[in-house]
Design a protein around this ligand. Structure first.
Ligand code: PXG
Length: 292
C-alpha cells in the first residue's frame, strides 16, 4: 500500500497529497512544523511536541484549526493507516491559501498535514566513532528578527548552514549567534562536558527549545550530573572534554572533531554514553501509546 498522507482530516495517497501553490506556506514559508518519532508503538514526548507546535503557531499568530486532543487522535489515525510502529512523524500547519501579498489576513483556512514514514537514521558508525563537524559560515537568525524558538516552515537559515556542512564534507555544522556564541546545529542542539559538568547554551540566545535537549537535562538532574545553561564560545568547545548533539532524529550523537580539532580523547566520552543509555530507556516509556 502506498504511503497515506493526512491533509485537513482526509487521507490521500502520497502521490495525490497536494496543497495549493497559493498557500502562504509555499509562497513565504509561513507556517510551523514538528518532527516527532515513534518507538515501537510509543509516540515519544508527543505532548511536548504538540505544545511546542501550538507555541510556535502562537508566536506567528497562526490559529491551528484543531484542538490538541483532536490533533493527537489524528496523528495516531495516520500511524495506524500506514501500519507504522516505528515512525518519523512530520506534522505541519501552514497559513493556507491567500493572495500574492504578504497579508496573513487573506489566508482564511490553515492547512494541517501529517506525514508518517520510516525514519532515516545516521549510520551506526557515527554513534560508535562520533561525528566530525564544522562551524558554519552562516550565523543563526537573530531572535529579534525570526526567533529560532519558532519551529517555522522557513528553514532557509538552517539550510544555508547545512550547505556549509556539505561543502566541508561533514554531516552537521555549528551555528553561531550574530555575536559569535555557540547557538546550535542545523537540526540539533549542542552540549559540551567539561570537568564532569554538562553545559548547553540557553535557548534565549537563539536556539530551538529542543525536546531531546530537555530530556537530556532532566536525565542529568536525576543522575546528579552537574549542569548549567551558559553561553559557550567556540574556544570553550574546542577545549571541552566531550561534545554531543541532541535531536529527534539523531537522539544523542557524540562529536569527536570540530573544525579539524580533536575534542577530548577523540572518542565518544563517558558522560555522553551514560546519557545515551538513559535516553534509550526513556524512549520505551515517555510518550503516548498506540496500537496498529
Ligand atoms: N535545533 C533545530 C534547529 C532543529 O530543527 C533541534 C534543534 C532538535 O530539537 P528536538 O526537539 O528534535 O530535540 C531541531 C529539530 C530532520 C529533523 O529531518 C530535524 C529535526 C527534528 C526531526 C527531524 O532533519 N530538528
Amino acid at each position: 500500500m502506498p504511503l497515506m498522507v493526512y491533509i485537513n482530516g482526509k487521507f490521500y495517497n502520497k502521490n495525490n497529497a497536494k496543497i495549493s501553490i497559493f498557500d502562504h506556506g509555499v509562497l513565504y514559508g509561513d507556517g510551523v512544523f514538528e518532527g516527532i518519532r515513534s518507538y515501537d508503538g510509543l509516540i515519544f514526548k508527543l505532548r511536548e511536541h504538540i505544545n511546542r507546535l501550538y507555541n510556535s503557531a502562537g508566536l506567528i499568530r497562526l490559529n491551528i484549526p484543531l484542538s490538541k486532543p483532536k490533533l493527537i487522535k489524528d496523528i495516531i489515525r495516520t500511524l495506524k493507516k500506514n501500519k507504522l510502529k516505528n515512525a518519523y512523524i512530520r506534522l505541519a500547519v501552514t497559513r493556507g491559501p491567500g493572495d500574492l501579498g504578504l497579508d496573513p489576513r487573506k489566508c482564511k483556512n490553515g492547512i494541517v498535514f501529517i506525514i508518517t514514514d520510516k525514519i532515516k537514521l545516521y549510520p551506526h558508525k557515527f554513534y560508535e566513532r562520533g561525528l566530525k563537524i564544522v562551524t558554519a559560515r552562516t550565523r543563526r537568525n537573530l531572535p529579534v528578527a525570526i526567533d529560532p524558538r519558532i519551529k517555522s516552515l522557513n528553514y532557509l537559515n538552517n539550510i544555508l548552514a547545512k550547505i556549509d556542512a556539505i561543502d566541508a564534507g561533514v554531516e552537521e555544522a555549528i551555528m553561531l549567534t550574530f555575536d559569535g556564541y555557540v547557538a546550535e546545529c542545523t537540526g540539533d542542539n549542542i552540549f559540551m562536558v567539561n570537568k564532569n559538568k554538562l553545559i548547553t547554551p540557553p535557548s534565549s540566545i537563539g536556539a530551538l527549545e529542543g525536546i531531546t535537549k530537555d530530556a537530556v537535562i532532566r536525565i542529568a538532574r536525576r543522575k546528579e550530573i552537574k549542569f548549567d545553561e551558559e553561553k559557550i564560545r567556540l574556544s570553550d568547545l574546542y577545549s571541552a572534554d566531550e561534545c554531543f548533539l541532541t535531536g529527534t532524529a539523531a537522539e544523542i550523537i557524540p562529536v569527536v572533531e570540530i573544525d579539524k580539532k580533536k575534542i577530548g580523547t577523540g572518542k565518544p566520552g563517558l558522560v555522553t554514553k551514560l546519557l545515551e543509555e538513559e535516553f534509550h530507556k526513556l524512549t520505551k516509556k515517555d510518550g503516548v501509546r498506540y496500537s496498529i
